[in-house]
Ligand binder design. Sequence first.
Ligand SMILES: Nc1ncnc2c1ncn2[C@@H]1O[C@H](COP(=O)(O)OP(=O)(O)O)[C@@H](O)[C@H]1O
Ligand SMILES: [Mg+2]
Length: 378
Amino acid sequence: MKNPFIINGIVPDEYFCDRIRETNKLIKCIGNQTNVLLTSPRRMGKTQLIRHVYNQNEISENYHTFYVDIYSTTSLHEFILLLSKEIYTQLVPKGRQALDVFISVLKSLTGSFGYDPMTGLPVFDVRLGDIRSPELTLSEIFSYLENTDKPCVCTIDEFQQIGKYPEDNTEALLRTYIQRMSNCVFIFAGSDRHTLENMFNSPAKPFYNSVEQMFLDKIDREVYVDFIDDMFARNGRIISRNAAGYVYDLFEGHTYYVHQTLHNAFAYNEPDVEISEELMDDTVSDILQDKENSFLTQLSLLNYVQKETLIAIAKDVKASEVTSVSFVKRHSLQSPSSVQNAIRHLLRLQMITYHIEGRTKVYSVSDRFLQMWIARKY
Ligand SMILES: Nc1ncnc2c1ncn2[C@@H]1O[C@H](COP(=O)(O)OP(=O)(O)O)[C@@H](O)[C@H]1O
Ligand SMILES: [Mg+2]
């Protein structure tokens, strides 16, 4: 029996929970040629939402859709490689002619494409070193997108990453091209809300005021509980409404963690057993146990102060005033300044995040499973 709680790959429509309002809003923006900035905490559902939007007939029939996640890229060269590979991949099913058009536009990479002797189709084997004039190649890619038969939607996920490229004009460069396009809508997405909002909301920055901003919040509790109920019932299984609400509350509705727990509860319990709150607790404990080795490895990479600071934040769940004397004392830490340094390091590793409440920064451990594991273990 198929597990209805999908935790790997794209979630098909029949297993996709809610996001009706957000889906409609994105479709509207695309129709209106409005570029969008979509932010949320990690693992709340941005990528799935975009994939879901691409999958709707209104979009799939009328647009070419492209999606790149640039989280792992560290230079403009890599960005270009990823984007051109994505376009190539989307064109493969359309056949030789479509590929040839694309390749003929990418003049700066001529000679970097091979041909498959069996199919006669061009093969994408461009290497980083083949991109000798990135600005030129980039302009060719955008010129291709601007001249396709149907309008395009192009998502650049984890967009904050471009701020880390060594080339210091990437933002301005992209902005220049994107500003000129009339055939292509861009969705910029990412989890690093502070960096992204800074990129789009500071008057001095190239992308200032150039997008409609959307913040993806958690799915409504009622709607999520109904969905969970329905997924179990449709597969001839039962979960108590309390148990469904319990797992939602345990992770404050944070989609990935709720879904992962339900996936395991569905997978590892006998079909005739009603899933109760106790069984949910057992499921979470099993997940933490399974992840223990990876958690230990993550902690082993931290020095003493960094580790103690992470533990202190995990124990508070939501930690504010972290550099105050009282926080430092309560958790037997060394000093406010050493905590400050540790926080900076943990933020850089994305092991912790913060949001702003009133005027204070409230820190939490990014991975809710890691937070729970630390709180229980230390
Ligand atoms: N609307 C949804 N319906 C079902 N599952 C979802 C939904 N949104 C997110 N998920 C689950 O949460 C996980 C994380 O979502 P993802 O889109 O990758 O988050 P983000 O891109 O914000 O980090 C997905 O792999 C999936 O298991
Ligand atoms: Mg994502």
